[in-house]
Ligand binder design. Structure first.
Ligand code: PEP
Length: 257
């Protein structure tokens, strides 16, 4: 089953509206100098306040707009939150759900993450469900138990019907923002395991269609090696996505893989 790779830049709490415009202008200049690689889907996930600046700044370029988070209710007394429909209205097509910083810094539970995945799907957004173990969990031999539980609970309230309706991201917590990229064997093993859980938990045939991204200190230097792994279908890129030229090199590696 061939799956078109997806590379999504997670800008986290970076880039103001002016910063988003500058990023897009640089990325556009690179694309004008040399066409963007074909065969890779490209996206960025700016802060909520920079969504429209990124959408306008990257207009005409094949750049999908992602959100970093969402709330599961469509409206109501939920101060500080944003709904899937509001994101859709802003031009968002993909929503990161259950990122490790949401889980560990903001205490998001699997139950809430499951609600968010369902809310994203109901609004027509593609959820990018993130799972990953901590260093302690890996050292204790609990990686599979942890990521299986996160995956099953994340999908507990929704039943995607095609591979286009869901993206998974395997992001070992110890590899995010640390410069410690997971070893190829660890990545391949985790992705293969997630696909087997997906096969057991979802409609027949769906597991082979769903893209499983790797995230955790991906950069222009290591992307080519990672994308050659058969189970790696692209990347969720944090720090290295903030530099348009470096991000572009990751796209090239993903397209060539
Ligand atoms: C992320 O935020 O999803 C991520 C993988 O970050 P980094 O690439 O900086 O490790």
């Amino acid at each position: 089953m061939s799956r078109t790779p997806l590379v999504l830049g997670n800008w986290k709490l970076n880039l103001t509206r002016a910063g988003a415009r500058t990023w897009c202008a640089s990325f556009r200049a690179l694309a004008e100098a040399e066409p963007l690689p074909r065969g890779v889907a490209i996206g960025v996930a700016p802060t909520f306040t920079s969504l429209d600046a990124a959408r306008e700044g990257c207009a005409g370029l094949p750049v999908l707009l992602g959100a970093q988070n969402l709330h599961w209710e469509p409206s109501g007394a939920f101060t500080g939150e944003i709904s899937a429909e509001m994101l859709r209205e802003a031009g968002v097509t993909h929503a990161i759900v259950g990122h490790s910083e949401r889980r560990h810094v903001f205490g998001e539970s699997d139950e809430r993450i499951g609600r968010k995945v369902a809310a994203a799907r109901e609004a027509g957004l593609v959820p990018i469900l993130c799972v990953g173990e901590t260093e302690d969990e890996r050292e204790a031999g609990r990686t599979e138990e942890v990521i299986e539980a996160q995956l099953r609970r994340g999908l507990a309230r929704t039943a995607p019907r095609s591979g286009a309706e869901l993206v998974l991201a395997y992001e070992p917590v110890w590899a995010i923002g640390t410069g410690k990229v997971a070893l190829p064997g660890q990545v391949e093993e985790a992705h293969g395991f997630l696909r087997s859980v997906l096969a057991a938990a979802t409609a027949p045939g769906l597991a082979s269609e769903v893209r499983i991204l790797y995230g955790g200190s991906v950069n222009a230097g290591n992307a080519a090696g990672l994308i050659r792994l058969p189970e790696v279908d692209g990347f969720l890129v944090g720090g290295a996505s903030l530099d348009p030229a470096g991000f572009r090199r990751i796209l090239e590696a993903a397209a060539a893989g």
